[in-house]
Design a protein around this ligand. Structure first.
Ligand code: ADP
Ligand code: MG
Length: 323
């Protein structure tokens, strides 16, 4: 279906101005909202929805759907440097799946991730219809410590956590009919590891942070836009798992730059803190890699430059209405 709007135009035109002022420290536009609920802490809130055949294939098990829904939502909390505490669940389920076996698997998946991150299910809604899982996560952060997309400055170093391209590779593997199989990639897809500990560790260190859900170039573009800067990515530094190079040598780099569903953090670090971050990485206390630098703005629209080349065609990220 052709639409007049991109997903991002729709949000900016129809929803962004509805942000109420009372107690809203940060409204629509970041990975989560920040609400002033007490003198020393802010409440962090975000909603994410996953839909069958859009975000997961119809053959996914109930347990896989549950773990993916929760991990994806936790990733937005990680991007804010917040400590997740509670969540609500809006579950829309086709009647055929509303049976004890499906619900037991779904509940087991939720419990596994909720237990790992010490979060509690506090409410929700259950309806019949095409399978859709919508979660709202609530988290806490000490006032003024939250990481945001804005704040990066020219000269900051740019890092990403984990490895990139695994989400896109997993999708290729799941959708293709050949026999390529990787248990690691399957886990990365259905149980992406939200970088909550990394986000909390980086709270007072990183100048800006975003989680990579739509691809590095697209999400780094959002960080640059919010911060009023540009950035350069050095492709020879990108952390790409050797499995991707072995199985898809022609596509690994493209997926690392613009594939979606990685749920890693991309963050900027001011020069005085770079040594601290590098020491954490060296000591194994932070799984992250230096991938580039933040540059001063210019009057072009090229927010993300790859290897100093402004003409790269890896620019597109994921937009739900452009397909
Ligand atoms: P993310 O990829 O981190 O989940 P999105 O790209 O989905 O973020 O959304 C960008 C911003 O727009 C977020 O701050 C989100 O809360 C907000 N947003 C998205 N859809 C809506 C909506 N229907 N109403 C209000 N805000 C929305
Ligand atoms: Mg996000």
């Amino acid at each position: 279906m052709e639409t007049d709007f991109s997903e991002f135009d729709a949000i900016a035109t129809y929803f962004k101005d509805l942000t109420a002022q009372g107690g809203v420290a940060l409204g629509i536009g970041d990975d989560a909202a920040l609400l002033n609920t007490s003198a020393d802490h802010q409440l962090v809130v975000a909603t994410d929805t996953i839909v069958e055949s859009v975000h997961f294939p119809p053959q996914a098990t109930a347990e896989q759907i549950a773990t993916r829904a929760l991990c994806v939502n936790l990733s937005d909390m990680a991007a804010m440097g917040a400590k997740p505490r509670w969540f609500t669940l809006a579950l829309t389920l086709p009647s055929a799946k509303a049976n004890a076996q499906w619900l037991e698997g779904f509940s087991r998946g939720l419990a596994a991730v909720a237990g790992q991150y010490d979060i509690a299910l506090i409410g929700g809604d259950t309806t019949a219809g095409p399978m859709t899982i919508s979660l709202t996560l609530l988290a806490e952060v000490p006032s003024s410590d939250a990481l945001q997309r804005s704040g990066a400055k020219a000269g900051d170093a740019l890092y990403v956590t984990g490895t990139l391209g695994d989400g896109a590779a997993a999708l290729e593997m799941i959708n293709s009919r050949d026999s390529t199989h990787s248990e690691r990639l399957l886990t990365r897809f259905y149980q992406p590891k939200p970088q909550v500990d990394a986000g909390i560790k980086l709270r007072t260190i990183a100048s800006a942070c975003i989680d990579i859900s739509d691809g590095l170039i697209a999400d780094l573009g959002h960080l640059c836009q919010a911060s009023g800067v540009r950035s350069n990515i050095q492709t020879d530094l990108l952390p790409i798992h050797r499995e991707l190079h072995q199985l898809w040598p022609q596509r690994a780099l493209e997926w690392a730059l613009s594939g979606g569903d990685d749920y890693q953090l991309c963050f900027a670090v001011p020069q005085p803190y770079q040594q601290t971050v590098d020491q954490w990485i060296e000591a194994g206390d932070l799984d992250a890699t230096l991938v580039g630098q933040i540059l001063a703005p210019d009057n072009t629209n090229n927010l993300v430059i790859v290897d100093g080349d402004i003409s790269t065609d890896f620019k597109r990220g994921f937009d739900h209405f452009s397909h």
